[in-house]
Design a protein around this ligand. Structure first.
Ligand code: HEC
Ligand code: HEC
Length: 201
C-alpha cells in the first residue's frame, strides 16, 4: 500500500517514542521515501553510503529550521516534518546506520556533450572538496555526491544559490557551498548534475 506523506507523518507521531528503541522500524519509514526505487519520484535523495557527519548535520538543520523551513521549499518542508519527530539519539543512530549501507545507483544515460562539460567542471571546481569519486571528505565538511540523482543535485545547487540553504551565519559549510553555487550558471548546474547523476562516466 502506498502511504501519503500525511499518513506517514501521522504514523510517526502515533508511534512516538517507540521508534527511539526500534531502529529497523525507523529506517523502514525513511526508506518509504529514500529508497532507490522511489527516490526520484519522491525527490528524497539516497542516504545509503552518505557520510555520517553530514547526515547528522542535515537532520539537525531540518530540526532547527536552517533547512526546509521556507514555504516555497516543498520537499524540504516534508523532510523537516519528519526530522521534527527524531530524538538526538535517533539522529545519531540513523546517521551511523545509513553511512554503513551500500548505495545502489541505477545507470542513467545522458547527452555526451553535457557529460563532457560536467566532467570538466567537476574536476576543476568540485573534486577538491567532494573527492575524486565524489565520495565526500569530512576534513572539508563535504558530503558524498556519487549516489545522488541529477534532479536532486541541480535543485540543491539552486537552493544554495537562492539562499534556501547555506544562509545562516553559523552554518560555515553551507555558506561555503553557497558561495560556490553563486559562480555557477544554470547551464553549469545542469551539466555537472548530469555528470554526477550518470555515475561520473
Ligand atoms: C515523506 C517522504 C520522506 C520521509 C518519510 C523521509 N524523508 Fe528524508 N527527505 C525527503 C525529501 C523530499 C528530502 C529532500 C529535501 C530537499 O530537497 O531539500 C529529504 C532529505 C533528507 C536528508 C538530506 C540528505 C542530503 O543529501 O542532504 C536527510 C539526511 C534525510 N532526508 C533523512 C531522513 C531520515 C533519517 C528519515 C527517516 C527518519 C527520512 N529522511 C524520512 C523526504 C522524506
Ligand atoms: C570548498 C569546498 C567545496 C567545493 C569546491 C564544492 N563544494 Fe559542494 N559542498 C561543500 C560543503 C561543505 C557542503 C555541505 C553543505 C552543508 O553542510 O549544508 C556541500 C554540499 C553540496 C551539495 C549538497 C549535497 C546534498 O546531499 O544535498 C551539492 C549538490 C554540492 N555540494 C555540489 C557541488 C558541486 C557540483 C560542486 C562543483 C561545482 C561543489 N559542490 C563544490 C563544499 C564544497
Amino acid at each position: 500500500m502506498k502511504m501519503t506523506f500525511i499518513q506517514l507523518a501521522a504514523a510517526l507521531i502515533l508511534a512516538g517514542k517507540a521508534y527511539a528503541a526500534n531502529l529497523p522500524a525507523l529506517t523502514d519509514t525513511c526508506l518509504g521515501c529514500h529508497q532507490s526505487t522511489v527516490s526520484v519520484a519522491t525527490g528524497a535523495p539516497l542516504l545509503a553510503g552518505q557520510q555520517a557527519f553530514y547526515l547528522q548535520k542535515q537532520l539537525q538543520q531540518f530540526q532547527s529550521g536552517q533547512r526546509g523551513a521556507n514555504a516555497t521549499d516543498v520537499r524540504g518542508q516534508q523532510m523537516a516534518a519528519m526530522a521534527a519527530m527524531l530524538s538526538a539519539a535517533d539522529i545519531q543512530a540513523l546517521a551511523r546506520y545509513f553511512s554503513q549501507q551500500q548505495a545502489d545507483t541505477p545507470a542513467v544515460a545522458a547527452d555526451a556533450a553535457l557529460l563532457d562539460q560536467g566532467r570538466r567542471m567537476y574536476i576543476g571546481s568540485c573534486g577538491a572538496c567532494h573527492g575524486a569519486k565524489a565520495q565526500g571528505n569530512m576534513a572539508f565538511n563535504a558530503p558524498a555526491l556519487s549516489m545522488l540523482n541529477a534532479d536532486y543535485i541541480a535543485l540543491q545547487l539552486q537552493h544554495f544559490k537562492t539562499g534556501l540553504r547555506g544562509k545562516d551565519k553559523t552554518d560555515k559549510p553551507g555558506r561555503q557551498m553557497a558561495l560556490i553555487s553563486r559562480s555557477l550558471s544554470e547551464q553549469d548546474m545542469q551539466a555537472v548534475a548530469a555528470y554526477i547523476g550518470a555515475g561520473m562516466p
